[in-house]
Design a protein around this ligand. Structure first.
Ligand code: GLU
Length: 314
């Protein structure tokens, strides 16, 4: 049975996954994370699942381009690609189950109200202060009569939760009354990721280190829903020379940018392999030499000029 404890690398029969948001083109940082997720899965006997997190920030055509880019650099996946937009009843069922267990409440706060309350000097930074947690039925009815639409929040019974991460060790982080369904009816990321990973048999979550702070919330939610907590590995991000997260404006950072400059997908794989300390030009070669215990723990600082010069290890 999968747990949040460290993975000994043994074959599990579970799955790893990559779950991009189709908000634009994947850049080399996203592609590197995808390669790492694939390597972790493929070197531990796991399947590799792909999911398109398309409930928010969708740019038309982006999902297919992202899948094409992943295939072009040599990643393969098992089973059909899962689209979150086709799974709304599953998220609703999870919210209903939590509601039936008395673990949710309606929240009528506007974003502005939350921001103002969250800057008050109490509670974990940015945590929801619980304004709507104990509203009476009359108060709720009055809010509805004002025309406010309610988000659904988790009624959390903990302030913190601990997870285990292959790269970060034991990690304790804040858990607040997180949003499960937004006021506009869209299920929230922290819920959908938990529901989907379980549905896809994912027992190994490899993703960017920026998502580590969300992980205690997700693991707690999984426990509440009676779902297994996967093994986590939050891998270092790729940053620009200023130490900021890589973005489109940083130059030729996507595969199509690179192809337009006359480079090949193998050049991009070689650059990613080089950033991990390997010399390889295909993901299959990389898989043969990959050692998950030797992943650099520091971000990869991208020097755009040198990145795709063949043979150069960034
Ligand atoms: N779709 C999310 C993103 O691209 C990632 C979700 C996840 O890996 O848990 O940021």
């Amino acid at each position: 049975m999968p747990t949040s404890s460290a993975d000994d690398g043994a074959t599990t029969g579970g799955a790893g996954r990559y779950a991009p948001s189709p908000s634009g083109e994947l850049h080399v940082g996203n592609l590197r994370t995808a390669v790492l997720a694939w390597l972790f899965a493929r070197t531990t006997g796991r399947e590799f699942a792909l999911r398109v997190d398309d409930l928010d920030r969708v740019r038309p055509g982006a999902a297919q381009r992202q899948l094409d880019d992943l295939a072009a650099i040599g990643l393969d996946w098992d089973g059909p690609v899962v689209y979150q937009s086709e799974r709304l009843p599953h998220y609703a069922a999870a919210v209903d189950a939590l509601t039936a267990a008395g673990r949710t409440y309606e929240c009528f706060c506007t974003r502005r109200e939350i921001q103002q309350a969250a800057t008050a000097p109490h509670g974990p930074l940015g945590a929801y202060p619980g304004t709507c947690r104990d509203l009476t039925e009359d108060q709720r009815a009055a809010k509805r009569a004002e025309g406010r639409t309610a988000a659904i929040r988790l009624r959390s019974e903990v302030d913190e939760y601990e997870v285990s991460d292959l790269l970060h060790g034991r990690y304790r982080g804040a858990v607040d009354d997180l949003v499960l369904r937004r006021g506009d009816g869209v299920p929230a990321y922290n819920l959908t990721v938990v529901v989907d990973d379980a549905a896809q048999g994912v027992d190994q979550v490899v993703r960017g280190a920026d998502l580590l702070p969300s992980t205690p919330r997700q693991a707690y939610l999984a426990e509440l829903l009676g779902l297994p907590v996967p093994t986590y590995a939050h891998v270092p991000l790729v940053l620009n020379e200023e130490g900021k997260r890589l973005a489109k404006r940083d130059g030729a950072v996507s595969l199509s940018d690179q192809l337009a400059l006359g480079h090949t997908p193998a050049d991009l794989v070689a650059a990613i392999a080089g950033s991990l300390g390997y010399s390889a030009r295909t993901t299959a070669e990389l898989r043969d030499v990959f050692d998950a215990t030797r992943i650099p723990t520091k971000p990869w600082i991208l020097e755009p000029i040198g990145l795709f010069r063949p043979g150069r290890c960034p």
